[in-house]
Ligand binder design. Structure first.
Ligand SMILES: Cc1cc2nc3c(=O)[nH]c(=O)nc-3n(C[C@H](O)[C@H](O)[C@H](O)COP(=O)(O)OP(=O)(O)OC[C@H]3O[C@@H](n4cnc5c(N)ncnc54)[C@H](O)[C@@H]3O)c2cc1C
Length: 487
């Protein structure tokens, strides 16, 4: 297994359940412990995510900043982004799975048409609920109950956002919702912790089919030492771009070229606003507790709508973040993997495209947000200042708007909203370059020119819809394990 993030460690666990032997996980980064970022204070966690992470590593460049130059990137350490994610677990929309681009057999298993016990999604959800000791999507607090009632009264069909997270008392601090990480299987709760070795500081740089058909896996460390391991089967679970770089290099070398290109790179279209309103206008209960709800995909803007209550420094202020997240319509964004020096580095360049269809999603989302600002927070539509060009230009960004919202005192200046956009490549949902059943990867996840190499993670989604990717990544880990376990 290459990569110890959400995909790699989850597949290792599934293989252990099937009794597979000889699994080794190779991780590029160091072991900095198993604690999720949500075990830090809110400020520390936000800073780690956005500005101060020693393990943040963007292994690509963008031909179109501000897209693909913000906070998305590898968290190059044991556990990868499973120590950073927010745990939101939504299945890909049924119409997307049925649209003919997902392999039919897999789509049927995701939707539960082939499995006696339900769908792959429900199996994963049941496991996560077992870990959290509560079903995903249960109501988490009195605040959340109040918010759901208020929004339903206003006509929004909201539900608690399903999260793979559980309440944990963070030492010396308040109770937090801490998301699941598959690193947990290395300390329990299985009958005994998983024994498969996870080797940190082992960056894999190259894969090649060697003698006897085994895969030669080259590890090159920062001190220039290197070694080659032989494997019967390799699963690439190193994040979308790193998986693409390794497969791109293998494809280019097989065809005697210095570069390889992939299309179908997609991300989510994501924008929202922060609202600061007087508690008198929105009497949310004051006792702490998570309040985070969502409405299902909206037909016209192909987007989910989320409402999340944040902590305000002022007791008389309610601070909320509201955002929409939609499917990127364009599949024309490309990735080029290229050798930059003879015998040396292979780099990855992202060539993002925003199509007129994406512009329409952006425009409709902005309309929906302006309506929410008015109906829920009483801020006139005309005061909602986001233009459709703002998404293309990638401004205003989330962090400065959060600061402005935190400083705003509605008791003095009245309720206000602070809109922001996330340019493409900012929410860590990059996907699609190595689509199942596409040119590079077969329907069963194996690389066509290297059938002993498989790829796992959002890179293999033929189409990702509007849903966050990880529930599907976890479901695919189950599906792969059953196939690999049979070999
Ligand atoms: C702040 C944040 C919040 C998020 N919230 C959500 C959410 O609520 N819901 C959701 O569905 N998704 C969420 N995501 C996205 C989710 O975390 C990713 O989609 C998911 O982690 C991808 O899994 P992965 O295993 O493919 O990649 P990763 O988890 O990134 O793991 C890849 C691993 O491979 C290692 N690696 C990379 N290159 C090499 C190499 N050459 N050799 C060896 N090892 C290598 C990396 O160091 C890393 O440990 C969030 C992400 C972030 C950052």
């Amino acid at each position: 297994m290459v990569g110890s993030g959400l995909a790699g460690l989850s597949l290792a666990r599934e293989l252990a359940d099937l009794g597979a032997d000889g699994v080794v996980v190779l991780e590029a980064g160091p072991d900095r412990g198993h604690a999720h970022k949500e075990r830090l204070t809110r400020d520390e966690s936000l800073r780690l995510w956005h500005t101060e992470d020693p393990d943040f590593h963007r292994n690509w460049s963008s031909e179109r900043p501000p897209h693909y130059v913000h906070s998305s990137g590898l968290r190059r350490r044991l556990g990868g982004r499973s120590l950073y994610w927010h745990g939101v677990c939504l299945p890909i929309e049924e119409h997307v799975l049925r649209s003919g681009v997902w392999p039919q057999e897999l789509a049927a298993e995701l939707l539960g048409e082939r499995l006696a016990g339900g769908s792959l999604y429900t199996e994963v959800a049941a496991q996560l609920a077992g870990w959290a000791e509560a079903p995903m999507g249960h109501c988490r607090s009195a605040r959340e109950r109040w918010l759901l009632a208020r929004l339903r009264e206003l006509g929004y069909p909201v539900e608690p956002t399903p999260q793979a997270a559980r309440s944990e008392r963070v030492p010396g601090r308040e109770i937090r919702q801490v998301p699941f990480t598959p690193l947990t299987h290395w300390r329990g709760p299985m009958p005994q912790p998983l024994r498969y070795p996870v080797l940190s500081d082992c960056p894999v740089t190259h894969l090649r089919t060697g003698s006897g058909g085994l895969v030669e896996v080259t590890i090159e460390r920062a001190d220039w030492s290197s070694e080659v391991l032989l494997a019967e089967h390799v699963v690439l679970a190193a994040g979308t771009f790193e998986n693409t770089r390794l497969v791109g290099r293998a494809l280019a070398e097989t065809h005697g070229q210095n570069f390889w290109e992939f299309d179908n790179l997609t991300d989510h279209v994501n924008q929202g606003f922060l609202a600061a309103v007087p508690r008198s206008a929105m009497p949310l209960p004051t006792e702490p507790g998570r309040a985070f709800c969502f409405t299902p995909v909206h037909d016209t803007c192909r987007s989910y709508l989320f409402f999340d209550v944040l902590e305000s420094p002022r007791p008389d202020t309610v601070l909320m973040c509201v955002w929409t997240m939609g499917e990127q319509a364009s599949t024309e964004s490309r990735v080029r993997v290229e050798r930059v020096s003879p015998g040396g580095q292979w780099e990855l360049r992202v060539q993002p495209t925003i199509s007129p269809a994406d512009d329409r999603v952006v425009e409709r989302q902005a309309g929906q947000l302006a309506e929410v600002a008015e109906r829920v927070f009483g801020v006139a539509r005309s005061a909602y200042s986001l233009r459709k060009e703002d998404f293309r230009e990638g401004s205003p960004l989330f962090l400065p708007q959060l600061e402005a919202a935190l400083e705003h005192d509605p008791a003095v200046s009245g309720g206000a909203v602070f809109p922001y956009v996330y340019p493409l490549g900012s929410v860590d949902h990059e996907a699609g370059t190595l689509a199942l059943g596409g040119d590079a990867v077969a329907e069963d996840g194996t690389v066509r020119v290297m059938p002993r190499v498989s790829v796992l993670g959002p890179a293999v989604f033929p189409r990702q819809g509007a849903a966050n990717p990880s529930l599907t990544t976890l479901a695919l880990a189950k599906w792969y394990a059953r196939r690999l376990g049979n070999r």
